[in-house]
Design a protein around this ligand. Structure first.
Ligand SMILES: Nc1ncnc2c1ncn2[C@@H]1O[C@H](COP(=O)(O)OP(=O)(O)OP(=O)(O)O)[C@@H](O)[C@H]1O
Ligand SMILES: [Mg+2]
Length: 228
């Protein structure tokens, strides 16, 4: 089943900046994709287009059966409910505890308190932060804050996970653990699209690799993960 489809997509930012150049591809349910390429290649833009944070200048994007150019503003929040995302500028609520920062997603969805507790404890344990649930974000290290953002993105088992350099602030061991969490969520049916520079991590984890260069998809292949 197709989850994401790009037809001849171009994204030109103000100032004639061509960030995505004539991209066509499809991502199927259950795919585990890395988006790689040099700085400025268009990786973040690619993710923002899927999230409907940016609109394409040309071409069509279908996500979960919706044509994003035709999605009414009023339907964007509902659309995004199916997507977990971890972006570089993740924003945590500094006056709320770690527990509350994660639980808020379920609260918005109307989940019962009992279920909220269950799921929040489970996901915080997965990202190794169960001992921090009463802390506030400013008391946490950069990597810990990043893991809270990851927990928040995964808590409602989204159909699609988008992550932009999710392991940018983490040490190699922790990066690997986070990727393993993404993999386990992926095995439960979530389609994952992860932008990263980390070639070593990609090699260890394996998956589909979409390479961008100056906005063009220059390579698209799959590797099996493996230890050195
Ligand atoms: N809001 C914007 N306005 C104008 N140009 C932009 C904007 N956002 C990105 N660009 C340009 O689009 C191109 C692609 O940017 P993008 O952020 O998608 O690259 P990236 O691959 O994520 O890079 P990095 O690895 O450094 O995060 C770059 O040339 C960038 O300068
Ligand atoms: Mg980027």
């Amino acid at each position: 089943m197709e989850m994401i489809k790009f037809f001849n997509v171009a994204k030109v930012y103000e100032g004639n900046n061509l960030a995505i150049d004539n991209a066509t591809l499809s991502i199927e349910k259950g795919d585990f994709c890395f988006v790689t390429g040099p700085s400025g290649a268009g990786k973040s833009t690619f993710l923002k287009l899927i999230l409907r944070q940016e609109l394409p200048t040309k071409g069509q994007i279908l996500v979960l059966g919706r044509n994003l150019s035709k999605l009414p503003m009023a339907q964007i929040p509902d659309f995004r409910r199916n997507i977990g995302f971890v972006f570089q500028d993740f924003k945590l609520l500094n006056r709320k505890t770690i527990y509350e920062n994660v639980a808020i997603v379920l609260q918005i969805l109307g989940t019962s308190f009992r279920e909220q507790r269950l799921h929040v404890f489970e996901i915080l344990r997965k990202v190794g932060l169960q001992h921090k649930l009463k802390s506030f974000p400013p008391m946490l290290s950069g990597g810990e804050q990043q893991r809270v953002a990851i927990a928040r993105a995964l808590i409602n088992k989204p159909a699609i996970l988008l992550a932009d350099e999710p392991t940018g602030n983490l040490d190699p061991d922790l990066s690997l653990e986070i990727m393993e969490i993404f993999k386990s969520i992926n095995r439960q049916g979530t389609t994952a699209v992860i932008a990263t520079h980390d070639k070593e991590l990609i090699r260890l984890i394996g998956g589909r690799i979409i390479c961008l260069d100056r906005g063009q998809i220059v390579d698209d292949y799959t590797i099996v993960g493996g230890k050195k």
